[in-house]
Design a protein. Structure first.
Lengths: 310, 289
């Protein structure tokens, strides 16, 4: 009797859910989800929490970690001489690369979509580098940029007084940006090209008959219509470019000096070369905050230029 | 019909468009050729003697083609072993990801259970987490498990994909429920339904997930860099950087290794271009709106 009362008391607050969700189905769902949930816990959720915890310790791999409060964060904001350089390099890379990537990929996408023949082949040519290892791409470009390499020869032949890109603190980041553009511009190009193909031909014909130039047709019709896709591409590209690492590891190792040391590279060197895991974790959280902030900023900005009405 | 084709003269504006089209076509061909130069330079340097690599002025083609450099890089350096390691790791991650994601996606798309929406939101929330944040604790977990420098340690942490579960869920939702209701009434198990009804209907989505997972892992560098010591388990990108820093390794062999590492990606990008094109369109479909 007491049993029945208590189960009823438990059951009454949500009678509708019980009728919709069967215990059997819940058990099946749990079994289906189990492998994925285990992976999510072990390789995603626990590492995220652990990384946050570690950022408040002085863990150096050999000795057990000690809680040090905010001192890692205080260190990078006040005493660490490299932090603001690294932050500046990361932002510089991200902004220049992002703008160039979107402009070039959009130009290529429009150019290719205007062709009557061979669209498929041009698309595949510009896309191919995105499917190859960034490390291999960077090594090939290292051979091109290396002192005495073919790039220096081109500069000499054209009588451009440009020093070797990798030896000049001001130009080294440009080399990294060139490589990254070559390696990844094809992805957004395909993305935007696909969106352009979906713009109804009748809109463009109508504008043409009304006398709109190709330039106007792009800015007033095609770009607004594909702006949600351009926005998506911009957000995704920003997230990946804040994490830039492979190219820098191969081409400049952060140098000359620390002129190309970005956050991703600083996290690696602090964590896995100096074994300052706690400090490296605090840098990783700075990167995460930057990703969130830049994404948030873009979502705020999109109200001014992205058109969702179809 | 025939009358139209036989129109005697093209109106002048049509001739003008034809000229512009040709110029535009030629211009883009020139851009594409310049764009392909690094590939040409890589292969051209892979098959020459090392003394010709940094010749002044640069030699665009080798005086003597040394195709044997590829065999040398494959066997002796040993890029053959790196190739195999890359294949084992990328292949295993792909197979595990597809199986685990399909199971999870089916639960998300078809089964009712408490907490379904919150788990899905948690999965999506992790899409913005940078990989470099995860590798520090992952290194700790993997070393506690004693898996440093093992295939398991290289594969398992990479085989969970919240994106994969989400992508397949979206696709499964587009499959009409009626198709599986008859099977349910006949008493077929959910697993049976997933394997014999849902998966055969989802091959494009599964193909796409497999392709992008495989390529992503084939090209992955950061995790192998951290979890692997020495050459035995090195993947191609890691092997390339090992020789890059090693004194006295010749550029021509490194270029041969770089060529080998690019072959699967180039091959897949060309033969699967239609699938990739459609997949990227789908990707923007749910991301852009």
């Amino acid at each position: 009797m007491a049993d029945i009362v208590s189960t009823q008391a438990k059951a009454t607050p949500r009678p509708r859910r019980r009728s919709k969700i069967s215990a059997y189905e819940t058990r099946t769902a749990f079994l289906f989800l189990l492998p994925s949930l285990l992976g999510f816990l072990a390789f995603m959720l626990i590492p995220i929490i652990a990384s946050f915890g570690l950022s408040f310790t002085n863990w150096q791999l050999l000795a057990p970690p000690q809680f040090v409060g905010f001192s890692n964060y205080i260190r990078l904001l006040t005493t660490d001489p490299a932090f603001f350089t690294v932050l500046g390099n990361t932002l510089f890379f991200t902004v220049e690369y992002l703008v160039l990537n979107i402009v070039i990929s959009l130009t290529l996408a429009v150019w290719i979509s205007s062709l009557k023949r061979g669209q498929r082949w041009f698309r595949v040519i510009f896309f191919i580098p995105t499917f190859t290892p960034t490390i291999a791409v960077s090594i090939v470009w290292l051979l091109i940029f290396t002192p005495g390499g073919v790039m220096d020869y081109v500069f000499q032949t054209l009588a451009l007084h440009i020093p070797n890109l990798l030896l000049d603190g001001k130009l080294a980041m440009q080399a990294v940006i060139i490589v990254t553009l070559w390696a990844s511009v094809g992805y957004n190009m395909v993305l935007f090209n696909a969106a352009l193909d979906l713009v109804p031909q009748s809109y463009l014909e109508a504008a043409k008959i009304d006398g709109a130039s190709a330039w106007d047709r792009f800015w007033k019709i095609r770009l607004p219509l594909i702006s949600p896709t351009v926005f998506f591409g911009t957000v995704m590209t920003a997230i990946t470019s804040l994490q830039v690492f492979d190219q820098i590891y191969v081409i400049t190792r952060g140098g000359p000096g620390s002129s190309t040391a970005t956050l991703g590279f600083a996290i690696y060197t602090n964590g896995f070369q100096n074994y300052q895991m706690g400090f490296a974790s605090s840098l990783a959280w700075v990167m995460f905050v930057m990703i969130m902030a830049l994404t948030g900023f873009q979502f705020w900005l999109q109200r001014k230029w992205v058109h969702y009405d179809s | 019909m025939t009358a139209r084709i036989r129109t005697p003269r093209k109106p002048p504006h049509q001739t003008r468009t034809l000229v512009l089209d040709t110029i535009s076509h030629a211009g883009l061909t020139l851009v594409a050729l310049l764009f392909l130069f690094p590939f040409f330079w890589m292969v051209s340097n892979a098959v020459r003697g090392n003394n010709e690599v940094l010749a002044v002025p640069p030699r665009f083609l080798p005086t003597e083609y040394q195709w044997g450099n590829f065999a040398e890089a494959w066997l002796r350096l040993p890029f053959g072993k790196f190739f195999l390691n890359s294949f084992i790791v990328a292949g295993s991650v792909t197979v595990i990801t597809v199986i685990v994601s399909s199971l999870a996606a089916y639960a998300f798309a078809r089964l009712k259970f408490p907490g379904r929406e919150s788990i899905l939101v948690a999965y999506l929330g992790t899409l913005m987490i940078p990989q470099v944040m995860l590798v520090i604790p992952l290194f700790l977990i993997v070393s506690r498990l004693g898996l440093i420098n093992t295939y398991q340690g290289m594969i398992l942490p990479m085989a969970f994909s919240s994106f994969g579960a989400f992508l397949l869920r979206q696709f499964f939702l587009s499959i009409p429920k009626e198709l599986e209701e008859a099977a349910l009434i006949d008493g077929a198990s959910r697993l049976r339904i997933l394997v014999s009804i849902i998966i055969p209907l989802s091959l494009p989505a599964i193909g796409l997930l497999s392709l992008f997972t495989f390529i992503g892992q084939w090209n992955n560098f950061l995790w192998p860099l951290i979890v692997v010591n020495g050459m035995d388990h090195a993947t191609l990108p890691l092997g390339l950087t090992m020789f890059q820093t090693q004194q006295g390794t010749s550029w021509n062999y490194i270029m041969a290794g770089a060529t080998l590492s690019m072959i699967p990606g180039i091959f897949l990008a060309i033969i699967l271009q239609q699938l990739i094109y459609k997949g990227i369109t789908v990707g923007s479909g749910f991301g852009g709106r």
